[in-house]
Ligand binder design. Sequence first.
Ligand SMILES: C[S@@+](CC[C@H](N)C(=O)[O-])C[C@H]1O[C@@H](n2cnc3c(N)ncnc32)[C@H](O)[C@@H]1O
Length: 245
Amino acid sequence: MPTIERGQLSKSAVQRVGLALQRVVWSRRASSWDEMSNPGLERVISELVDYVGDRPDATAIDLGCGSGQLSIPLAAHVKEVVAVDIAPKMVELLDEKLRRLGVSNVKAAVGSVQELGLGDASVQLVVSNYVLHHLSDREKAAFVADAFRWLAPGGELVFGDMMFGRGGTAEDRKVIADKVKVLLAKGLGGWWRIAKNAVRYLFRIQEKPISLAAWVDLLKGAGYVDITSKRIVAEAAILCARKPA
Ligand SMILES: C[S@@+](CC[C@H](N)C(=O)[O-])C[C@H]1O[C@@H](n2cnc3c(N)ncnc32)[C@H](O)[C@@H]1O
């Protein structure tokens, strides 16, 4: 199984522990994530693929590809997808799926967003779905700058994720209230998830989403243009931004 890494890492101990934790957590969750059916997430993926449209000459990199939820449908519209995930088990599942489906233009590799060693101007598309909220705010800013370098002029960063802050705006409060309402209706299991998620969001453990507006500020600050966004379901939105040609 290939690994894509920068090699020369200057990670703090905290970052290394964080990455190791993600690797373990997602390797353990890989099979259940692979088998899960989630209409909301499917809508987000379908919006991302629709946005990209047909780009037969484009190489896309899918960060946090999981077992191919976005990489596989996207592969039908681009020349090639380089699919990267921190969890070896996810990459294993994706490789099996690619063999089973006979998809030959997706190359899967183990790697992390924070340690990717891609060449400057080497891809036309950087895509990702439901991954970036796992990065700390500092890592999000570094990622946005890295993706800018990896993109060829005119290339695009296109991603979906949960996008809301910790309740500072009316939009945040609406997203959080809607989420709580849905979980409350699920009974005991839902209440447990409310408690678990509240601790995670408040203390920024594992899940560290930021608002759509905060993402737009990061993208503008890194030099992207033509920034567009769309809220898809309560918490989830997609963002598209172009590196100037
Ligand atoms: C919520 S799942 C989303 C998977 C897939 N993109 C999808 O749409 O279903 C998050 C994925 O991100 C991966 N991941 C988490 N942190 C990562 C990181 N720092 N670098 C690369 N992948 C990461 C996990 O292993 C997991 O496969």
